[in-house]
Design a protein around this ligand. Sequence first.
Ligand code: NOJ
Length: 746
Amino acid sequence: MKLRLLLSLFFLPCASLVSAQNFEQRIDSVMRLMTLDEKIGQMNQFNGFWNATGPVPAEGNSLERYEILRKGGVGSVLNVQGVKEVRALQKIAVEQTRLGIPLIFGCDVIHGYKTLTPIPLAEAASWDLQAIEKSARNGATEASAAGINWTFAPMVDISRDPRWGRVMEGAGEDPYLGARIATARVRGFQGDDLSAPNTIAACAKHFAGYGYVQAGRDYHHTDFSAYTLYNNILPPFKAAQEAGVATFMNAFTAYNGVPASADSFLMRQILKKDWAFKGMVVSDWGSIQEMMAHGYAASLQEAAELAALAGCDMDMESMAYVRHLADAVRQKRVPEARVNEAVRRILRLKFALGLFDDPYRYCDEEREATTIGSATLHKDALEMAKKSMVLLENKGILPLQLNEDVVLLGALANDRTAPLGNWRVSADNGTAIPLTTGLQAYFPDLRWAGGPVAWSGIEAFHAPIQVNETDTTGWAGAMALALSAKTAIVALGEHGYQSGEGRSRASIHLPGLQEAFLRALVQQHPRVVLVLFAGRPLIIPDDIRTKLGALLLAWQPGTHAGDAVAAVLLGDHNPSGRLPMTFPRHEGQIPMAYNDYTGGRPGPSKEVFWSQYNDLPNSPVYPFGYGLSYSTFTYSVPKLQQLPNGKVVLSVEITNTSQVAGTETVQLYAKLPASKHGISPGRQLLDFQQLPLAAGATKKVVFMLTPGSLAHFDAQGQKHLAKGKVTAWLVPNSADVANSLTFVID
Ligand code: NOJ
């Protein structure tokens, strides 16, 4: 009787119809009923008992965890998949706990749920914000049909280090592009109404600085300045917050000697105070207890207190809050007001998701059956895959002709798993369309050979990939097949599980025997088309690269790998992707980004005493923003108009001088004026526009710069507008030095 009364108190009118004000009153009414332990229970998140995306926790066996759940000791679970399982756990929360508060179900829906789109770095290469938003929307549609209502995405970490495997999960090296993509992805996941059954809460992660792990080694220490924090790391987080992101996640790393999960400067000062963020902050997996390994907390109890005090609202898989926070409050080491604030934020999200109106809102078996793997999701995933590919080399070989004498080689020629990418908690191995199938649609009698195998062993999120370094079986046969054809397409690269979490690489060359095989091939064959599958920028040494007939960067394209690659190779899709990350010549250049600060002696120069290597150019192989097309575009001399209100209008005319329709991405970079508030990069991206152009057509692109777009932060986080001489470039990539103009801001 009592339980029913309590439930009827919560399950009031539909969340979408009630105002935020109303949420607060309803939260008050729930919180008045809660004991301290129940409040702390809301701050606890458990893994769903079987599908781990982190080290399997030492603390607490499944039975104990179910017991904790029944006592109201869990606010959210992650990694539970499918309506049946979600419903079963929700039922325990709703029917067997004293207050019946529903759980939130979190999951890493990073590049799709079951129908996989390209990895986020690849999607970023499309520079197509609408398509990226739609892709996130589709991920939300599919995941929510499986009972999920919270994704741990977007990852908005800026990184300049392709050795770090997690670059695959972000939008690359540029804070401006990263911010635009963060906005698009948050909108995509969350839509306009979080309580709609097909939208899910997003999570901006990892707050902050995880992308700066030293030497690109995952989970390693970070050391960056406040200047870097404000100018490079925070902008995409701020954009996500402005787009209304529901949650933030801490980083595993430390800033200024403080682990992110204990950093009140980041969480309380910047996020919750300066940015007035009303959502909730979740720790990363075990990051509260990892404060002990960091050498910051002496015990789990201390770690729990430090994290709670610093503003971390929910503990993912440390068992820290549920074990220790109640004592800390009773002994007055953590004010109950802090717990109340955290719980309010968590309940606010539950109300916003509509879970108090219907805890089974995301548990519709019929929708699950009709939505997951729907034709629309597949169609959109294919489109996104095509848009994400970047043509890096083409000596007139591509697009291929339908009657061309081609063969297909390489370890990835017929692989149905490697191209799926890394973060696919829910998609099955073997579900990617392989390149063999894609090409057979154009060449029904396609001859192909895999050549030496690239890897063996278990292909799973938690298992290391076993790279083949020695077994050359298949080499000779593949080489003979290549030499029998006019054009050899060779599909090589990384397995999806060679990038992503815990997948750092010290060498970013083609893994295993692949580089040697490719070298031998280009030495003998004049028309080699390399299709490169990768989760990060890779290095193809110059002696190989310069002999390639064409190089198409396919990334890890997801479910529609093979058909997307084939459509691009055959010209059914004119490539329009542009690199969101610099491709270095050598690992020794890393960290590296187009918007590096130049230093006081910018090289290269013929003399010594300038910033340069003795044994390598400073420049990358392919710069940020770079990518070719089957069309050719010319740029007119750019024009400038300064308006009295401080705005600056820049324009340029682009002509498609080729016979085929194509899309150009016009990029606006600038060098800011000298400022005593801090140095500025050699150039930085200020804006971009994508321009579809019919064959022979000319269009004008107009950019409007406001004083705000020419600002930067000082090391205290104060924003300063530019004053003085600005140089701007309207160009096809970040290394292009043509088309500059200058203006002065008073
Ligand atoms: C750890 C990762 O760092 C984080 O990004 C992810 O969301 C969680 N594990 C949950 O899987």
